[in-house]
Design a protein around this ligand. Structure first.
Ligand SMILES: [Zn+2]
Ligand SMILES: [Zn+2]
Length: 327
């Protein structure tokens, strides 16, 4: 698969999505207004497209380089290799000179605010997860996503989010192979929770069905977070689809960024500048009513390669203008 973030897509089978479902999107919770350049009300709305279910549209004219909105994740987790170099909560890079006075299995935070927010979700598992997660991941079961599932479960238990928070996202259609692997993962996760202080009455939602549903959504909606190299201003004003980025520091799941459809010649893209907050910016001038699309893959690939990756990785055939002309 590509190095690029994996984005969701909305296939034809979801075309008839009930419109009331869309109304459940809570925009204010998805946006940060703390960045001065971020508009108070993002100039976008979610609507139905004629070809692929939901999509994101411009509510007014948007200029090239404009920061359209910032989205905070529902759930995120550092990659295991970044566990001690980034903030456990926001994935911001920690100062490398800071000596770690903590035990090696203890996670670190960039600020007391992040630490408090993380504790607000009463993430008692967080401090235990590291060693356990490492062991679990070393056994070759590819438990990359269960870290996100586990963190989500902690957030549900603490009441930060509801257990159906990801239901709005499209799930992957799981193969039977995947399902049997998933059952093993679920058993591991369940036993991790049982070993912790949590009683089963605190986690009635934690069923195999819940796990499968969450994992199927995370699998195609998780973004790989690669922090961009460069100044904030440069990155926002640069009308370029690709930005130089460091290796992935973690994974995160968002609501709104997952509603953007794909185009091999996108008019917006998503960048991560200092932390896990996803910044969506315009790559060119966009007219009011125009659909905003991101590119799920490396746009520099040729038609044949893009067609293969989009079908195998995301399950659809692209009908964008570039693909129609076999460019
Ligand atoms: Zn932080
Ligand atoms: Zn295309």
């Amino acid at each position: 698969m590509s190095r690029l973030p994996r984005y969701t897509f909305w296939s034809l089978q979801f075309r008839k999505l009930h419109s009331s479902h869309i109304a459940t999107l809570s925009f204010p919770s998805s946006f940060s207004t703390s960045t001065p350049r971020s508009p108070a009300t993002p100039p976008i709305h979610v609507g139905l497209t004629e070809y692929a279910g939901r999509g994101v549209f411009a509510s007014r004219r948007i200029s090239a380089g404009e920061l359209i909105h910032t989205a905070q994740p529902i759930v995120s987790h550092p990659s295991l290799s970044s566990l001690h170099t980034v903030c456990y909560f926001c994935l911001r890079k920690l100062p490398s000179s800071a000596p770690s006075l903590e035990a090696p299995q203890t996670v670190s935070f960039c600020s007391t605010q992040c630490e408090q927010q993380s504790k607000a979700s009463q993430n008692r598992l967080a401090n235990k997860s590291t060693s356990r997660a490492s062991i679990v991941c070393k056994d070759g079961m590819g438990l990359k996503y269960p870290l996100l599932v586990k963190r989500l479960a902690c957030q549900v238990i603490s009441g930060v989010v509801s257990s159906d928070v990801l239901d709005i996202l499209q799930p992957e259609i799981s193969s039977s192979d995947r399902i049997s692997k998933m059952k093993k993962e679920f058993a591991l996760l369940k036993s991790t929770f049982e070993d912790s202080d949590f009683g089963s009455e605190q986690m009635p939602f934690l069923t195999e069905e819940w796990y499968a549903g969450v994992l199927a959504r995370i699998r195609i909606n998780a973004f790989r977070i690669e922090l961009a190299i460069g100044s904030y201003e440069d990155l926002l004003s640069l009308a370029a689809a690709s930005v130089e980025a460091e290796a992935a520091v973690g994974n995160a799941v968002y609501v709104l960024p997952s509603l953007y459809n794909h185009d091999c010649d996108p008019n917006v893209n998503i960048v991560w500048i200092e932390n896990v907050d996803a910044k969506v910016k315009a790559l060119r001038d966009i007219e009011e009513g125009e659909e905003l699309r991101i590119c799920y893959i490396d746009a520099s690939m040729d038609y044949k390669a893009r067609e293969t990756i989009l079908y195998e990785g995301f399950g659809f055939h692209c009908n964008c203008l570039r693909c129609e002309s076999k460019d």
